[in-house]
Ligand binder design. Structure first.
Ligand code: NAD
Length: 278
């Protein structure tokens, strides 16, 4: 079994990004990322902190707009509009989830698609599905970079994607389809999940349920990518895959932590550089 080391790959990518930032700075351009965070969700707070630290590490200027849980939708919209016009901001990201009373689609549609470094704007999502140049959501993009690094060919492979959210499963499936994989997308209403996963050469899971994928659900030699992040009662961070037992059957597997998570951050930095160069 080969461990797909996302942490190591992310560090390598960050080193390249650092060089890119230096070159941009020589041309008097400092890439800038604005993050909007609404409310006080502890997990979101951790992610926002990690994103800001990663920006600092590579020399990207970042600013976090913290807003209270009861903020009015219009205030968020107006803040985004200001940043759309601000030349020192190249990328805009709204940390999800947003509180119930905020229309998430409206917020995401307010971001200028050219600054949409999360790739969640319908414009970018549509272009992704048409296999046109676009901003690609960071987590699925990070998974594709892992495949590239480990020279895992996707053409003609049966891939089962478990989890079909707009930010993980759907864009992941589009990328795989664009790479000519045969894609099976599963979700909460899928019947007999293990029949789907057992047919797959590659299983990619992003659900948010610890231990969802067990040993009997993957075939011998399968490649398993675990996107899930779950905090157990004892404080331990785990994915959606029963790593200990599933890893014995796999040819390749990502660990949690240290797999897809660091790649997501690295891709955010890469998308911010891409937006700056635009
Ligand atoms: P979500 O709740 O929006 O979507 C979950 C998806 O899983 C839905 O499509 C749902 O139908 C499906 N699902 C739920 N229970 C299921 C079951 N029993 N069987 C099959 N499908 C089921 O969540 P999300 O935002 O897509 O995040 C999913 C997971 O990925 C979470 O653990 C999240 O923390 C993690 N995540 C990780 C990263 C990273 O960088 N590694 C980034 C984003 C999200």
């Amino acid at each position: 079994m080969i461990l797909l080391d996302g942490k190591k790959l992310a560090l390598k990518i960050q080193e390249d990004i650092k060089k890119d930032v230096e070159l941009l700075k020589q041309a008097s351009i400092t890439p800038g990322l604005a993050v909007i965070m609404v409310g006080d969700d502890p997990a979101s707070r951790v992610y926002v902190k990690k994103k800001a630290e990663a920006c600092k590490e590579v020399g990207i200027y970042s600013v976090v707009h913290e807003m209270p849980e009861n903020i009015k939708e219009d205030t968020i919209v107006n803040t985004i509009k200001l940043m759309n016009e601000n030349d020192s901001i190249n990328g805009i990201l709204v940390q999800l989830p947003l509180p119930e009373h905020i229309n998430q689609t409206k917020i995401l549609e307010t971001i200028d698609p050219k600054k949409d470094v999360d790739g969640f704007h319908p414009f970018n999502m549509g272009r992704l599905f048409l296999d046109l140049e676009s901003f690609v959501p960071c987590t699925p993009l990070g998974v594709m970079k892992i495949f590239e690094e480990y020279e895992i060919d996707l053409k003609g492979k049966n891939v089962c994607v478990v989890g079909a959210s707009n930010i993980v499963g759907k864009p992941m499936s589009a990328l795989l389809l664009n790479a000519f994989a045969t894609v099976d997308i599963c979700h909460i209403y899928t019947k007999n999940l293990s029949e789907h996963t057992n047919r797959a050469d590659i299983v990619i899971v992003g659900v948010g349920k610890a231990g969802l994928i067990t040993e009997d659900m993957v075939k011998e030699g399968a490649i398993v990518i675990d996107i899930g992040i779950n905090r157990l009662d004892n404080g331990k961070l785990v994915g959606d895959v029963d790593f200990e037992n599933v890893s014995k059957k796999c040819s390749y597997i990502t660990p949690v932590p240290g797999g897809v998570g660091p790649m997501t951050i690295a891709m955010l930095l890469a998308n911010t550089i891409k937006a700056t160069k635009l």
